[in-house]
Design a binder for this molecule. Structure first.
Ligand SMILES: [Zn+2]
Length: 305
């Protein structure tokens, strides 16, 4: 378990990370669930993010007490939200909702998808620029890995969350403070999947740039350890995508005429075991290149879509 605690005591909004086992097919076999603890002085709220599976550790943190006996009010949860609705992030939304009076939030534009993934009806919806249950937690729409991607901006300094409104007015950045729960938008090492049909590379790059512009002190990813260098990591992930894009474009310009030929030319490594993902990644790249008019639309047929 990892916890943010800058040592300042009462006024700090705390974020507690609880990796829960979700089985195969997920990096490390675990997904990070988070409990955001907004303290007494700021209208106490406890918010559970990405309850991927029911787990004793998560129960202990979510329902009070904490695994180290830290003194939470045993009042349970006020809210439940997810960074996106992939199966390895939503497995216990229904279970935790059933055991508490928590308000269950869904992305306003993807309520059907939320219903389908969790099996329950949300109580409320959130969209870009909203706050999640407390003015200490802001909502950023960050699609790309998944169409319903959301990030949660946690203000640890007690200033309220400053937002750059999506219409461009009130551009106000909160430099070097707070942290952001980003789901599968970023990881500390390696890269995340941005693959057809859910992935959208143009959206993904835009979301990473948005994330980088926030200049947060740290990012809390859906898998693996916290990210302490948000700007460098965002840049690294952007570069990784652009590099892949260059190689795919080169392969096409060199005459690769279907996805298999692109795979062979653009991926220098053995793809055993990840070929399906690589194939869907290529399709996502080709879709972006076509939509930007950088390759001919006839490529759409080559991707089988
Ligand atoms: Zn995901």
């Amino acid at each position: 378990m990892t916890r943010s605690d800058d040592g300042d005591g009462q006024a700090e909004v705390r974020v507690e990370c609880v990796p829960v086992p979700v089985g195969m097919g997920t990096p490390g076999g675990t997904t990070n669930a988070y409990v955001i603890d907004v303290p007494e002085g700021r209208d106490r709220r406890r918010i559970l993010v990405d309850p991927a599976a029911r787990a004793d550790d998560l129960d202990a943190v979510a329902f009070g007490g904490g695994t180290d006996g830290r003194d939470f009010d045993a009042a349970g949860l006020d809210a439940i939200a997810v960074t996106h609705t992939h199966p390895d992030h939503v497995g216990a939304v229904a279970a935790y909702a059933a055991e508490t009076d928590a308000t269950v939030y869904a992305h306003a534009d993807h309520v059907n998808r939320f219903r389908g993934a969790t099996g329950i009806e949300p109580d409320a919806t959130i969209a870009d620029g909203d706050v999640l249950e407390s003015d200490a937690v802001g909502v950023l729409e960050t699609p790309g890995h998944a169409p319903d991607g959301l990030s949660f901006v946690v203000d640890s300094e007690g200033n309220g969350v400053a937002f750059e409104a999506s219409n461009g007015t009130e551009a106000e950045h909160q430099a070097d403070s707070g942290s952001i729960i980003v789901g599968d938008l970023a990881v500390a090492s390696g890269s995340v999947a941005v693959a057809a049909p859910d992935g959208d590379l143009a959206d993904y790059l835009e979301s990473l740039e948005r994330l980088r512009d926030r200049n947060a002190a740290r990012l809390w990813p859906g898998h693996g350890p916290p990210i302490w260098d948000p700007e460098a990591t965002s840049t690294r992930l952007i570069e990784h995508r652009l590099d892949r894009e260059r190689r795919i474009l080169e392969a096409i310009e060199d005459g690769a005429s279907d996805v298999d030929a692109i795979l062979e030319a653009a991926y220098a490594k053995d793809l055993t075991g990840v070929e399906d993902l690589a194939r869907r990644t290529v399709v996502a790249h080709v879709e972006k290149l076509v939509s930007e008019g950088r390759i001919d639309r006839s490529w759409e047929s080559a991707t089988g879509r």
